[in-house]
Design a protein around this ligand. Structure first.
Ligand code: SF4
Length: 346
């Protein structure tokens, strides 16, 4: 593995950057069923607050990502390509070879203390899920949230992980001293689709239960309705049922995002599609013939429908309490690739 030549973590575009990790990588496997087949590479990162490249259109400037790779294993995950920067496989390797920055909490506290740091908003869960299964073992987030709370540093978290509820007291303490935004990603409700396309994630209803628990505890929570998967989760009935469930969970907002397929994710997704829905392969090839994004007319249709259903359900795309720095839908082009970003569809 090319541990000495990593790009800027979680926010970069793969361009050369100073190495983040040294050579003292500790590789572990655990025999418990929860971690069967997963290998953890424990590293000591050299920096943890990462600047989003200027060319990125992400609505935040700084990220913290304590992990690379994600056992949630979403077939469409855009972060897959980042594993290639480590000479790791972007398919199953992304799901099972997890890099753990074991010094992330200490490093963050040090960087927040630096006179060069000006207390800008920090986004988490923008590359891979910080509440994936590894977090149950390594428990890096409590230290990270404690540091952010102590420095009253505003932050947001985007996740599919129910484990965030473990840290609810820290979220509440943070919200008393700074701006905290939480969003949960729920693209659809279909159980069969969930089991195959997001096989390592908590079920959609469990994620909606997280939304309910957070809102009941005073942490306002939006839902990123992502991805809407063409021909599999995009019928008006499916969209309406999903929006209604999101509203019933007490979400403060719903933001739809149509599937997009960047290199790394595209190959893995199309292979999955061929295995599970072979009759759709030609339609996808046409729909994504000109790049990573579905055609603009399609995205507009989905957005309009979701907004109509949301309005009927009493929530909106930018409701009160939505995380200030939640990712916004891409501005697509029918014929050209949009500028690359590292936002994943958590
Ligand atoms: S989309 Fe999010 S939750 Fe799914 S594998 Fe990627 S980082 Fe993990």
């Amino acid at each position: 593995m090319r541990w000495q030549n990593l790009s800027q973590d979680g926010a970069g575009d793969g361009a050369a950057a100073p190495a983040l990790f040294g050579t003292d990588v500790v590789t572990r496997t655990f025999d418990t069923p929860e971690f069967a087949g997963i290998t953890f590479h424990e590293v000591r990162a050299r920096s943890i607050v990462n600047r989003v490249p200027g060319a990125s259109r992400m609505p935040f400037d700084w990220t913290v990502n304590p992990y690379r790779g994600c056992s949630h294993a979403c077939v469409y995950c855009f972060a897959r390509k980042t594993h290639s920067y480590l000479d790791l496989d972007t398919g199953q390797g992304f799901d099972s070879q997890i890099v753990v920055k074991v010094n992330a909490p200490d490093l963050l506290r040090r960087e927040l203390r630096s006179p060069r740091w000006h207390g800008d908003h920090i986004a988490m869960g923008t590359n891979v899920d910080c509440y994936q299964r590894a977090e149950g073992r390594y428990a890096l987030m409590p230290g990270i949230l404690s540091a952010l709370r102590d420095y009253a540093n505003p932050y947001s978290i985007l996740t599919k992980g129910t484990l965030i509820l473990r840290d609810l007291p820290l979220l509440q303490q943070s919200a008393e001293v700074t701006e905290v935004g939480v969003a949960v990603s729920v693209g659809f409700l279909d159980q069969g689709l969930w089991r195959t396309v997001e096989p390592g994630t908590p079920a959609p209803q469990r994620r909606l239960d997280v939304v309910r628990t957070l809102t009941d505890a005073g942490i306002q929570c939006g839902v990123l309705m992502a991805p809407v998967i063409p021909f599999l989760s995009d019928s008006p009935e499916q969209l309406e049922a999903t929006v209604q469930a999101i509203a019933a969970a007490g979400a403060t907002s719903v933001t739809p995002l149509v599937l997009h397929l960047r290199p790394g994710a595209r190959e893995w997704f199309m292979s999955w599609l061929g295995a599970h829905h072979p009759h759709l392969v030609r339609r996808y090839e046409r729909m994504y013939a000109y790049g990573a994004y579905a055609p603009k007319w399609y995205q507009r249709r989905i957005t309009r429908q979701v907004h109509e259903f949301a309005e009927a359900a009493g929530i909106g795309p930018s409701g009160r309490g939505v995380a200030r720095r939640l990712p916004e839908p891409e501005r697509p082009s029918d014929t050209a690739e949009a500028a690359p970003t590292q936002l994943t569809l958590l």
